[in-house]
Design a protein around this ligand. Structure first.
Ligand code: UD1
Length: 418
């Protein structure tokens, strides 16, 4: 299995191009299954998760071609509305086929996702929402089977603005009979783009970007093309690396998507400047300890919590980092402590006491963002860091070593069995 090795404390400088957003492209791919014909998606990041979703597209019968960031999906041949366990267990976002395939075929069979490295992550909002739209839901040998001849518009109010449930229900409702209202909807930029894409396909969704979506069902959708938005989590990860290791510029980004993150970085003493599509960060002379609480958009994203903990481990003073979105997403903490960080976790809060120096160590990735925090820490640490189980990082970061190398880092990949 591959390992990433880092010789830390090399100053970063220069600029790097940010990739398209993983969490935007995955649901958009499943939306494309709803219309017969060929859709083209551009700025598609070449990630393990994108490849897994392409495999799923093929299993359901779509034809896909993916080259140089352009993904063409021909959904005319889709004929098998089923997402098998093997795929759903490796990538929960496979669950996004539930709404679109039910809407198109009147029946869908999707493996129920199990737990994951950061807790139980239920899908009850998705299922309750579909039931409200008139679907009959049954569980059979670990698979959810949803059936409905044609879904019917309904008023749905989520207990929590779930990203996945908002996406799934919006896709299911777009061709339902009548109007659906989703209250307490997620308004993450990736959900905004999904809704915009559904409208480009002929859907009629109002209130995009607010917590109340109004979806007037249409009879049919047609294929549409789209350029995927920049990945705000990749951007945030590089910003935090810059905050620790040198002045860098991130190009092709949308700074507005990172307002909460930029504010926190400034509070920590970093120098941040933006243009309409780039962000430059220069490290603080001394990183100040800053408390942070994750929240749904436009709050500080949970997907940057691990990286923020890594930053705070080198800050002057103590900070408290609370995750309100996921309550046990701290598997990076014991690994960061292996670098000499001083972090304790109580419930959903990490208490970080800043240390003067981190020292490279062999560490293990546990999930996509935890791995990113280990790389960011390794870049700032003295000596050599060896990150194992890097398939997690490959799920969500495109060419991460190449990108950091182009900024001056000494980072490389090894396959001990090669
Ligand atoms: C998406 C992102 C993930 C990010 C998360 C929160 C994708 C592919 N993944 O995941 O990277 O960390 O949003 O920003 O876009 N919940 C329920 N019942 C449900 C659904 C969710 O209780 O039916 C809870 C979850 O356990 C969690 C919270 O709601 O505590 C947020 O989850 P959700 O927004 O649904 O996250 P995902 O869509 O799975």
């Amino acid at each position: 299995m591959d390992k990433i090795l880092i010789e830390g404390q090399k100053p970063l400088s220069g600029s790097v191009m940010i990739s398209g957003a993983k969490n935007a492209v995955l649901p958009i791919m499943t939306a494309a299954l709803m219309a017969e014909g060929k859709s083209a998606l551009t700025r598609v990041p070449d990630l393990r998760d994108t490849r897994t979703m392409i495999r799923l597209m093929k299993i359901v019968g779509a034809t896909c071609s993916f080259k140089d960031g352009r993904l063409e999906i021909n959904a005319s041949t889709v004929n098998n509305p089923e997402a098998p366990y093997d795929l759903v267990k490796t990538m929960r976002a496979s669950f996004y086929v539930l709404g679109p395939l039910l809407a198109r075929f009147g029946v869908v069979k999707v493996s129920l996702p199990g737990g994951c490295a950061w807790g139980p992550r239920p899908v009850d909002f998705h299922l309750k929402g579909l039931e409200k739209l008139g679907a009959k839901i049954t569980l059979e040998s670990g698979y959810i089977i949803a059936e409905a001849k044609r879904l019917k518009g309904a008023d749905i109010s989520f207990e929590f603005p779930s990203v996945g449930a908002t996406g799934n229900i919006a896709m299911a409702a777009v061709t339902a009979e009548g109007t659906t209202i989703i209250e307490n909807a997620a308004r993450e930029p990736e959900i905004v783009q999904l809704c915009e894409y559904l409208n480009a396909m002929g859907g009629c969704i109002g209130g995009i970007g607010t917590t109340r979506l109004t979806i007037d069902g249409v009879d049919e959708l047609h294929p549409a093309d789209i350029d995927v938005i920049p990945d705000r989590i990749e951007t945030g990860t590089f910003l935090i690396a810059g905050a620790l290791s040198g002045e860098i510029t991130l190009n092709g980004v949308n700074p507005q998507h990172l307002d909460a993150v930029l504010l926190k970085l400034k509070e920590a003493g970093c120098n941040v400047s933006t243009t309409s599509n780039s962000i430059t960060i220069a490290p603080a002379e001394t990183i100040q300890a800053v408390d942070m609480t994750t929240a749904v958009y436009p709050g500080f994203p949970t997907d940057l919590q691990a990286q923020w903990v890594a930053l705070m481990s080198l800050a002057k003073g103590s900070s408290m980092i609370t995750d309100t979105v996921y309550h046990d997403r701290f598997s990076h903490v014991p690994e960061l402590n292996r670098f000499g960080a001083n972090i304790k976790v109580d419930n959903n809060t990490a208490f970080v006491r800043g240390v003067d120096e981190l020292v490279g160590a062999p560490v293990m990735s546990t999930d996509i963002r935890a791995s990113a925090s280990l790389i960011v820490a390794g870049l700032a640490a003295k000596g050599i860091t060896e990150v194992s189980r890097v398939y997690h990082i490959d799920r969500g970061y495109e060419q991460i070593e190449e990108k950091f190398r182009s900024l001056g880092a000494n980072i490389w990949r090894e396959n001990p069995n090669a």
